[in-house]
Design a protein. Structure first.
Length: 302
């Protein structure tokens, strides 16, 4: 039977104690967790003690983990320091934080670290675009403007991304941890499909993998930026894990599987024993909701 993993993004913000956070998850029947980006060092150390005691396993970490001490939990974001920043100080700080996450992943026995690659510095209009979905003329005009602006500005940011991951891939190899790039939700974020292919081609210090976020991919399809299937078909050989969550309407994701309109059965050709399947469901979902979501996946996915 396939093992489903739960991301602590579901309950991490409600806890300051990592033991209590994990206890809430294991009471639902999960034996393995993914650590999200809103965990303090104390909470991650709590989890490490549980791993060493054999009480829980950790599949993966989402950079930044642990959260740097100078960032409050309510301000936690994996995009706070951008690996694509044109400010070399910010980029270097982002790399240092990422290396710390990789180091913790090694200590926790985790298989992978998941990364956002950064962003093109421009206003984000993804939600505004979604609001124009029922007005084809306004939708197409805004979409074209977004694409033009991003294409004009992305070049220097892409160079910084390649530089960052050449540093990180080698370090991760030394730590025996796999690192994976996640497809994104907001249009200004990196990487898109073409950028993913270029990054993979230009990072030579070590191996990079692909992490598929189902909700993000479906947002891009529903906004007609990229077909969901194309992402999976293009990067199937690098696919190491998936974030599973449902979506309502155009952009309302991170829902319990079965509570939205995504066809999870479409993922069946891509699910192998090597692909980690992680529920990344957010509040206000309850524990009972998540258990129901797992049952839904077992019926409709595998």
């Amino acid at each position: 039977m396939r093992q489903y993993i739960l991301s602590t993004s579901w309950n991490s913000r409600a806890h300051t104690d990592g033991v209590e956070m994990v206890r809430e998850i294991t009471s639902m029947g999960f034996a393995t967790i993914e650590l999200d980006f809103a965990l303090t060092a104390r909470m991650v150390d709590d989890v490490l003690s549980l791993v060493r005691a054999g009480a829980i396993k950790v599949s993966s970490l989402h950079n930044m983990c642990p959260l740097p001490a100078d960032i409050p939990k309510d301000m936690a974001s994996p995009d706070r320091q951008s690996l694509a920043s044109l400010d070399e100080g910010e980029r270097a700080a982002a790399v240092a934080i990422a290396k710390n996450t990789i180091s913790y992943a090694s200590r926790l026995g985790a298989r992978a670290v998941i990364f956002h690659a950064g962003r093109v510095e421009m206003p984000d209009r993804t939600r505004l675009l979604a609001a124009h979905k029922n007005d084809p003329k306004a939708f197409e005009a805004l979409k074209a403007k977004m694409i033009r602006e991003r294409a004009h500005k992305k070049g220097p940011h892409l160079e910084q991304v390649v530089k960052s991951f050449n540093e990180l891939a080698g370090y991760a190899g030394d730590m025996r941890v796999k690192i994976a790039l996640e497809n994104r939700y907001y249009h200004r974020e990196m990487p898109d499909v073409d950028e993913l292919e270029e990054i993979y081609a230009r990072v030579h210090a070590g191996e990079l993998f692909y992490w598929h976020d189902v909700g993000h991919a479906e947002v891009f399809e529903r906004l007609s930026f990229c077909a969901h299937k194309d992402l999976l078909d293009t990067f199937i050989r690098r696919l190491i894990g998936m974030h599973l969550h449902d979506i309502i309407g155009v952009i309302d994701d991170h829902k319990v599987p079965g509570d939205g309109s995504f066809d999870f059965s479409s993922l069946k050709p891509y699910i192998t024993d090597k692909v980690m399947t992680v529920l990344e469901v957010h509040q206000p979902a309850s524990a009972d909701d998540i258990v129901r979501g797992v049952a839904y996946l077992r019926k409709h996915l595998v």
